[in-house]
Design a protein around this ligand. Structure first.
Ligand code: B1M
Length: 210
């Protein structure tokens, strides 16, 4: 049995208390906090995703797994070390219009903060206009958009088009991510980059912020 199996199972079961206990004990054995997140918590959530798709799990159960995963992230978060990059820049991030998924986005925010970025998290269901207001208010180097539904991917293009129309496109780099999104799609809609996961998003932002 792998060392993260039990944690994956507890996420799958939506067992908040068990997830916390296992995450704490893994931390106590000096396990790398990012491995606990990636190989334990996210891997557990991926099992949930498959079962959900196959109709073997339903929304309430998925919500319980999501709560368990978030509880695990809360335990691990303080151990994710900042990497001594001083004020790497401001990043505005949100889940696009019509989309309420935020687990992945929240992880991306956490990892970006740990890399020294000042992250303004706009939340979920963020319209192009709300992104524009945030660009004007916070003057970010980078705007990040997350989408988990194929039906909300077009909102990413809509947001980039609105940024261009408002004459703000030269001021910001735009990155996108989320399970259905690809590098090809990023190119197609004129984004500056795509992050496959939270670590890739961090590396991309470090590059783009230079
Ligand atoms: Co939803 N859901 N969901 N759901 N849900 C999916 C996305 C789905 C693939 C499930 C499935 O059928 N297999 C499917 C989409 C199908 C499609 O569009 N092709 C789906 C559906 C259909 C729906 C509803 C329509 C269901 C319904 O009501 N009939 C509904 C829509 C609601 C809405 O948004 N309007 C819905 C609702 C929900 C819940 C509320 C129950 C819950 C969300 C809870 C929450 O987020 N607070 C939920 C969940 C949890 C999922 C699954 C099971 C898990 C998503 C997740 O959190 N993964 C998901 C199945 C799946 O993806 N396997 C599914 C873990 C997370 C860490 O990964 O978000 O991919 P992820 O983030 C990663 C990377 O993608 C990347 O980094 C993260 C960390 O590595 N990343 C970025 C993400 N954003 C990034 C941004 C970046 C860079 C990287 O730069 C800015």
């Amino acid at each position: 049995m792998g060392k993260f199996d039990e944690l994956q199972k507890a996420v799958f079961e939506g067992n908040v208390e068990k997830v916390k206990i296992i995450a704490e004990s893994l931390l106590a054995t000096s396990e790398d906090p990012l491995s606990i997140i990636n190989d334990g918590l996210i891997a557990g959530m991926n099992i949930v995703g498959t079962k959900f798709k196959e109709g073997e799990m339903f929304v309430p159960e998925v919500m319980m797994s999501a709560s368990a995963m978030n509880a695990g992230v809360d335990v691990v978060r303080p151990a994710v070390k900042g990497e001594d990059i001083k004020s790497a820049g401001v990043i505005v991030i949100g889940t696009v219009k019509g989309d309420l998924h935020d687990i992945g986005k929240n992880l991306v925010c956490m990892i970006l903060r740990s890399a020294g970025f000042e992250v303004i998290d706009l939340g979920v269901d963020i319209s192009p206009e709300q992104f524009i207001d945030a660009i004007n208010k916070y003057n970010p180097k980078i705007v990040g958009m997350s989408a988990l539904l194929t039906t909300t991917m077009p909102a990413m293009k809509e947001t980039i088009d609105t940024i261009t129309e408002k004459g703000l496109r030269e001021r910001v780099k735009v990155i996108i991510g989320g399970a259905p999104v690809s590098r090809e799609f990023a190119e197609e809609i004129g984004a500056d980059g795509y992050g496959d996961d939270a670590i890739a998003a961090r590396d991309l932002c470090i590059k783009l912020a230079q």
